[in-house]
Design a protein around this ligand. Sequence first.
Ligand code: AKG
Length: 277
Amino acid sequence: MNVSTPTITADYARDGYVFPLDILSPAEAAELRADLEAAEDAVRADKQHLRLLRGYPARLLPSFARLVRHPKMIAAASAVLGPDLILWGSGLFIKEANTPSFVSWHQDLTYWGLDQADEVTLWVALSPATVESGCMRFIPGSHGRNIVPHADSFADNNLLTRGQEIAVEVDESDAIDVVLQPGQASIHHGHLFHASGPNGSADRRIGAAIRYIVPAMKSTAGPETEVSLISGEDRHGNFRLMPPPATRLDPADFAAVAADAERRDAVLYAGAKAARR
Ligand SMILES: O=C(O)CCC(=O)C(=O)O
């Protein structure tokens, strides 16, 4: 589907998501994946750097900095949030081929420490997201609920920080499979019930979760939280605005995102009985 503002605005309001959105061509997606995988190889020996690369690709790789500023990404996010957009986070959800990694049913905004719900995620597929490879599953209309109780599981193989899981009934018979080809994206609301299963395919399942917010939002991690202004204006000054990376895998950028990750982890793990690093 081409990125069309009226369709996104209406479908998103009704369902809490829209997909598939054509963002990158298959060749552009393959190029981005190759750049990411070369970067993974370059830092693999350092576990902390690998974790930061997967948590902050748009702060460490110019290719991902361009993705989050792509006109079609901005058009899709703006169809929901309006013209002023801040990148609150970019993170990679990677399930290796034939592995049991999964994501339990959850609502994104549960532990992020943000004071409002004016946030969207654009999840961009860099490899086929299919039922076999463990694509996301959405419950249509569930974004209409406020945050419901969640319980921490810290389950092995759960890709979420706390293994958090919705603690009320989720009727999985309503779930929609979010099947995407490389270069396509889905957009979803921070209150939407969603999950994903293991990867039974022979390829890695790679998705970039790009999170946009409006500048009026505030974080309980405080104004030191590092974000980037992507489009329009920030008239609020609630965050520290960071430029895109000037070079690839710069040590100074690694140091900056390491400090930011410490601040954010303090919020993400607040009240948890354990922490996963
Ligand atoms: O990649 C997945 O399977 C889950 C991603 C997710 O939960 C999210 O982007 O909010």
